[in-house]
Design a binder for this molecule. Structure first.
Ligand SMILES: [Mg+2]
Length: 233
């Protein structure tokens, strides 16, 4: 019988390596830094998230966008009274995110090595081009992928364009990722397959409803379960 899937498309952040845990820790540090400068019941978290949401169409995804939103929210929530030492600290926190070492998730290299024997692998990640490219280089995983794309948005149009360029039928693709909104729903809409592997922390703006499990959509606890899931297709 013909295999239904020939191409595996992997997300990177929080699928191959840790990312959101560092963002989350940075946000907690942000709340602590700003708390002494706003009213006791002020919604710092909501203000930061809302600033990010408003800036998303202009700044896109990634650390630099996050840093600008942290600074903008700090200025607005303190009515312009945020001390410059705090602004300096916020810029440093952004730089620390950009320069952090790549920490691979468990079982990633060995699983890629197994599935690479039977499938073509591509990597599709969104965010800041320079930061994503740096992480891909540092990860030691680049050689597994015949194609790497850093995109601005992960939607039906983007995936359709990528697979068209690669002369790949999206129905023969299985996308593997931690975000249902970005990695799963668009591929299912294109008739492809998708595997959701949740990461313990999910960014507020990635939250969405999960599709019903089906033959084309799997939910796994770890990437180590991927070869068996693909085998059973
Ligand atoms: Mg991800």
């Amino acid at each position: 019988m013909m295999k239904p899937v020939h191409v595996l498309a992997f997300d990177a952040d929080d699928t191959l390596w840790h990312s959101e845990d560092h963002f989350h820790a940075t946000e907690l540090a942000y709340y602590e830094l700003l708390a002494p400068h706003v009213a006791p019941d002020f919604d710092i978290k909501g203000t930061l998230t809302n600033t990010q949401r408003i800036n998303l169409p202009t700044y896109g995804y990634g650390v630099k966008a996050f840093s600008l939103s942290m600074i903008e929210a700090a200025i607005s929530m303190t009515d312009g009274n945020v001390p410059s030492e705090i602004l300096t600290r916020l810029i440093d926190m952004g730089r620390e995110l950009l320069l952090a070492p790549v920490r691979l998730l468990n079982h990633v290299p060995e699983t890629l090595s197994v599935v690479a024997e039977q499938y073509r692998l591509v990597l599709i990640t969104k965010g800041d081009l320079m930061h994503q490219s740096r992480k891909i280089e540092l990860s030691g995983l680049k050689h597994f992928f015949e194609h790497v794309e850093v995109v601005q948005e992960k939607d039906i149009a983007t995936y359709g364009r990528i697979f068209n360029d690669l002369d790949i039928d999206p129905r023969e693709v299985c996308m593997i990722g931690n975000s249902v909104k970005s990695d799963i729903v668009p591929i299912l809409e294109l008739g492809g397959h998708a595997v959701h592997i949740p990461y313990p922390v999910l960014w507020e703006l990635e939250k969405t409803e999960h599709p019903m499990p089906s033959k084309r959509f799997g939910e796994l606890l770890t990437i180590a379960d991927l070869p068996a899931w693909l085998h059973d297709l």
